[in-house]
Write a protein that binds this ligand. Sequence first.
Ligand code: B12
Ligand code: SF4
Length: 545
Amino acid sequence: MIHTANTKLQSWLDIDMLHREWERLKRMKLLFIIPPQIIRSIDGIDCAPTVSIPLGSLYMAAYLRKMEWAGEMRVYDARLGAKVTSYPDGTKIFGDTWDEVANTIRRYGPDVVAVSNMFSWQIQGALEAARISKKTCPRAVTVLGGPHASSFPLKMIEEEALDYVVMGEGEHRLHYLLEALEKGEIVSSQGILGCAEDANLLRPNKKAPTSFIPNLDDVPIPAYDLVDMKRYFYLQSHGYAPRVREYGKRAVTLLTSRGCPHQCVFCSIQTTMGYKFRHHSPEYVKAHIEHLIDNYDIDYIHFEDDNFTHDIPRYEELLDVLIGMDKIIPWDTPNGVRADSWTLERIRRTKRSGCEHLCIAIESSVQRVIDDVVKKKLDLSTVEPVMQACQEVGLPLSAFFVLGLPGETAAEIKMNVDYAIDKYRRYGVYPTFSMANPLPGTELYDTVVEHNLLHGTTLSAPPRANTIKTDEFDPEYIQTIYDYANRRKTAITLKWMMTNLAMFKYFLSLGLRNKWFLKKILFSALKGVRSQVFFRQSGEFAKRI
Ligand code: B12
Ligand code: SF4
């Protein structure tokens, strides 16, 4: 009797298990892919590869969970393999090899592959990942998203290996797409292109053709549990961090808002994140930070909002949150914040809340250039008092300057560099110079294309590439002035390192552990020394500036 009952129970359990297994097999499988990084070189030196937590994919995954999407998902960051492979065609990648990428896709057998691409200059890697996916798993639907896809959707949808291109924020769009695919419905929604005709659904606004999530708190805290956070911290503290100020800490990037209402000519943020400044509530930010401390023991935050200090009352509320935390977490703003809107008291509170380094975006020391060329809303007269105040409070400050925008005169570019160096001498404001880069989706890009100002053929060139020529200056001049700026900066850096032994030791230990980092440092130092010598010797060269 007992035996029969047990057998019945057993077979009932088995049926239940089989049923569950069947249900599991029926569930859609989604694979997020962050492709290996393509290594490009400038002046014969390879750009150092970097690794960072893939926030975009983790936000989308968290949103799918919140919406109780019934499928199964995995995040595959192919960069985490952290090795370099060279291919016969001369390309080099960092992370897993393309064969390993194919094997991972094959093993998981996804129904949908969601490829993420953050930088235009890395788009080839994203397209290759989609092609490999089509080859290894032809039935899987491929989707591409990220800033480049948002700027060039029509170009991207021409790619055979891509079934869909998603523009702008992906959380609600990916959810909609997955549900439509599951139900076998026709996909028709603004910002999702399955073919060129879907562009008809876009808004007429060229720069921000999609709508954006109105209430950011609707997006839950990123699904960090889907990635190996320890691996990111490990690689970041071994020289693969994009930001060097981390001192090997467990640092994270945090965004408390998205979008920016300004329209600087070189900035492409509106295409992905829109003009409207939208922010999380202070409660959300507090919960996010606490989640990261409790689960991942983080000890450093990079606030990378597009315009972190745009809304001053909300910034003050954020400071209240940071000051009120059980433990003060050190933070910085490596993406740059507004150079105005600061008072001595605000800077004091900023420091008290844990800020270890502020970075302001000045761009040019010439008001005409700021107004007419950069088109940034900034009153230059407000900047110097901020420098003085930071010096008084003892808050380290750095500043961004951009060199070589069409419309600038050669003299103005030189004035910009001299201003930056002068401000370092007087207030210790560390300068960061960039060459203007026509990012897809920007006014600068349109100007460069329209007036044929492109030097060479490389649009979406890697950072530090010199791509613009005008009647006023040629790329050689920009290179000269850039080298001049960096020559003067090298002296500053060396002095700074000597007075900061801890930093010097840290750089040295990173260099010993990571050949990319070592190369980068040696290259910068050599370039600095080379231009010191070169500038002294070559009267002709020196005359140009
Ligand atoms: C943080 C940051 C960095 C950090 C990254 C660290 C990190 N933890 O990720 C670092 C320091 C590496 C960095 C460096 C640079 N950056 Co940056 N960076 C950013 C920033 C401010 C935030 C990135 C982020 O986390 N966004 C948040 C998530 C939610 O957004 P997301 O990744 O775009 O994903 C969303 C959508 O794009 C979409 N989506 C993304 N992938 C997919 C995939 C699918 C399938 C779908 C459906 C949707 C989808 O949905 C996501 C959720 O909404 C962005 C601006 C921004 N607000 O995004 C610039 C940005 C990405 N950077 C930019 C640039 C230009 C650079 C530099 C080239 C600057 C320079 N001259 O040095 C360098 C490149 C360095 C390198 N090695 O390649 C540009 C890229 C433009 C472009 N077309 O290339 C951006 C857009 C800023 C801008 N103003 O234009 N950056
Ligand atoms: S550079 Fe900064 S201020 Fe200018 S549009 Fe971009 S995010 Fe806004």
